[in-house]
Ligand binder design. Structure first.
Ligand code: UDP
Ligand code: MG
Length: 320
């Protein structure tokens, strides 16, 4: 761990995953720096650092980060060799962060820097280990996306034993104990919305109205989000496997009942050949259940495969 901060001081690391954020990054830096300066002025903060994790940007984000680092020695960066996804970028930034407190923020100002002082206060007081944020509105988001997002949180809460809070953002301020706990989870299929509640501790929630991006566009397509949520389910719940077993069991019981029915019908009416249509229906139904169950098992197998390969979470091209 880098010990650039004097121990005992109130030091804050601002971890920012960036992927093609040339339009927003300079604005974010200015805004956040204003907040930090006022915190330093009132003596609430002594040291700070920015950690920009460049997740394989294809635009000029990388050179903007280098330029910021050139004029502000509190700016540190880690440039990944390609796009590894937001989760990997956050993980890279968290590993690099050396502050006693760390806040994870998006580069697009959707996570209001004005909330940071209250979040820092909550965690610094010692009453909480983490300050989390949740959006209470989703204005400006396509309605279909809001609908699926809301239901995903409900579904996830039912499926897993962890508490996934509706509208929870990755915008969090944590103390060292909490960060070290998050870093100790070495899994490759990282799903922050599950990892954060999984580690436990005390979290204070801050609510805010949705803010639109200052510039640029979201990197999440509907399909990317759907895959991300499926990943979240397999990462934090094994209930789909139980569901597959239950489907199998129900199909087995129905087939037993059917065998009894056919045997009795044969004895009474002696007509074993009739029922072609029902046979086809049953074959289709049962093979459907089988394929569905194999699919579920396959999802877990694929996740296990990526875990056992033990590949690094990301590859670094350059860092300061
Ligand atoms: N991001 C990233 N890697 C990716 C996608 C996104 O590091 O593959 C970053 C992005 O630069 C931003 C944050 O993650 O700082 C959130 O992304 P975005 O604003 O596109 O998501 P949304 O706010 O729409 O959920
Ligand atoms: Mg955003």
């Amino acid at each position: 761990m880098n010990n650039s901060f004097c121990s005992g001081s109130v030091s804050l690391s601002v971890v920012v995953p960036c992927y093609d954020e040339e339009a927003t990054l300079p604005l974010f830096y200015e805004e956040m720096l204003k907040q930090i300066s006022s915190l330093i002025e009132i003596g609430a903060l002594e040291e700070y650092e920015f950690i920009f994790a460049d997740d394989g940007s294809k635009d000029s984000t990388t050179s903007i980060i280098r330029e910021l680092a050139g004029r502000d020695d509190r700016v540190r960066y880690i440039i990944l060799s390609r796009n590894f996804g937001k989760e990997a970028a956050i993980f890279a930034g968290l590993q690099k962060a050396s502050g006693a407190y760390v806040v994870v923020m998006d580069a697009d100002l959707q996570d209001p820097p004005s909330l940071v002082p209250r979040m820092l206060e909550a965690v610094f007081s010692g009453a909480f280990d983490c300050a989390g944020t949740r959006r209470v509105t989703r204005n400006g988001e396509p309605p279909i996306r809001s609908f699926f997002a809301r239901n995903f949180y409900r579904f996830m809460a039912k499926l897993s034993d962890i508490e996934v809070v509706d509208g929870a953002r990755d915008f969090r301020l944590m103390n060292r104990m909490y960060i070290d706990a998050v870093l100790s989870l070495q899994e490759r299929n990282r799903f922050s919305k599950g990892i954060f509640p999984w580690v436990g501790f005390k979290t204070k929630w801050f609510e805010y109205e949705n803010v639109n991006r200052v510039a640029g566009e979201t990197k999440w397509s509907f399909w990317k989000l759907l895959l991300y949520s499926l990943n979240g389910i397999t990462a934090f719940s094994s209930k789909p496997l139980a569901f597959a077993s239950i489907c199998g069991m129900i199909a087995f019981i129905i087939s037993l009942a059917f065998i009894v029915f056919i045997v009795i019908r044969r004895i009474i009416w002696g007509d074993p050949v009739a029922g072609w249509a029902s046979t086809i229906c049953i074959i289709l139904l049962v093979s459907g259940i089988q394929l569905f169950s194999i699919g579920i098992i396959g999802q877990y197998l694929a996740k296990t495969y990526t875990e056992v390969k033990q590949r690094p979470h990301f590859i670094v091209r350059e860092q300061n």
